[in-house]
Design a protein around this ligand. Structure first.
Ligand SMILES: [Ca+2]
Length: 379
């Protein structure tokens, strides 16, 4: 081969390889054999996450959805309504662990959320809400189905939009089932605080609601996990909330589609009820919440789903070990967390988020859902 052609051929091969890598990296990444299980506590941002799930993950790949935290029976009823609105009527739904507000650690930073008892107001009838108030808050239904699903499937991806109580109970009882989990995507983590002139990490809401199970899950660093922590979300989204000022296209899209999509109408009702509760519990936040009440959401849970459907969302991540120290509790904030880089760990901590990808994917997902709704109505 001539001296001119050899470098030329080499350059072309390198360019082709780069193009192929970019093409693989930027396309949607779901394989048909993968099955998904979602565990939710149906806070307002879980609702948005479920919208993206319905738009982007084929329903025959969703094994089931489970509800957990506090009145998990009421959450199940509310989640069923939402899944039906999102045309996921065939996706099974199971009730998981729950309890009264007093069954959880009394940590001040999570108190307002823990004491939110009016969930479902204006979304379910008063009679239905009264009936659910008398139902058992907790059930083993979700754990039973998790166990069966992990026995029967070998390529399961678990999306944790809530504390890991039910999953950890199943894995602690039958550790061999871990091998059938392909990946766990987790919303949970910590904030960075200054204590005695040093940076200290303390657990946030999802982990505060079950620190023991969260600590156990983080010890299982031989299972592939992606971790979205509160501190990363706060850094990437100024203030940690999406509103008309910092996510204009998203909020405009939600406003525009609301008249056609009952699920978005319910989203506003749920968000308004939540915002009013937080303002009543923490008057200091009134100034921040009032201008956006009912028209804002935390990007936390939607991020987890968008990270599954689009590789470009995560700008950087690091393999880490995470240790939750259950003996070190600051009752105003949470449990102390230690994070150390470890290349051998299968826990990937998301360090940087591509915010534009998040907003674009969210808007696209909502439009896709609305188009699908229209198409099914005209059939
Ligand atoms: Ca959640």
């Amino acid at each position: 081969m001539s001296k001119i052609f050899k470098p030329l051929l080499l350059t072309m091969l390198v360019v082709l390889a780069i193009v192929a890598i970019i093409a693989i990296a930027s396309k949607s990444i779901l394989r048909k054999t993968e099955k998904f299980i979602v565990i939710t506590d149906l806070e307002p941002d879980d609702r948005i996450a479920l919208h993206v799930l319905a738009a982007r993950i084929p329903k025959d790949q969703i094994l089931f959805v489970g509800t957990t935290v506090k009145n998990a029976a009421r959450k199940k009823e509310l989640t069923r309504k939402l899944l039906d609105q999102l045309q996921l009527q065939d996706v099974p739904l199971y009730q998981g662990s729950g309890g009264s507000a007093a069954s959880y650690h009394d940590i001040a930073s999570s108190r307002a959320a823990r004491q939110y008892s009016q969930e479902g107001e204006n979304l379910l009838s008063v009679e239905k809400l009264n009936e659910l108030e008398h139902a058992d808050y907790s059930s083993t239904e979700l754990q039973n189905h998790l166990k069966n699903a992990l026995e029967e499937n070998h390529d399961v991806q678990i999306i944790l939009l809530a504390p890991p109580t039910d999953l950890v109970a199943v894995l602690a009882e039958t550790p061999s089932l871990k091998k059938n989990i392909k990946h766990i995507y987790i919303m949970g983590g910590w904030v960075e605080l200054q204590e005695h002139e040093q940076t200290v990490l303390r657990t946030t809401y999802n982990w505060n609601m079950d620190p023991v199970a969260s600590a156990q899950l983080m010890k299982m660093n031989d299972m592939p996990m992606t971790l979205y922590s509160s501190h990363t979300i706060k850094e990437s989204f100024s203030g940690g909330s999406c509103n008309i000022d910092n996510a204009t296209a998203v909020i405009n899209c939600m406003n525009e589609l609301q008249s056609q999509m009952p699920s978005l109408k319910d989203q506003t009702i749920a968000a308004l009820s939540w915002d009013e509760h937080i303002m009543a519990q923490i008057p200091a936040l009134k100034e921040v919440i009032e201008p956006y009440k009912g028209k804002q959401f935390t990007p936390a849970d939607p991020l987890v789903i968008i990270g599954i459907i689009n590789n470009d969302l995560i700008a950087s991540e690091q393999a880490v070990d995470v240790k939750i120290d259950l003996t070190d509790l600051d009752a105003s904030k949470g449990f102390r967390v230690y994070v150390t880089p470890n290349w051998a760990s299968k826990i990937r901590l998301v360090q940087e988020i591509n915010v534009d990808v998040f907003k674009k994917q969210l808007v696209e997902s909502l439009h896709m859902l609305n188009t699908a709704r229209g198409a099914s109505r005209n059939r």
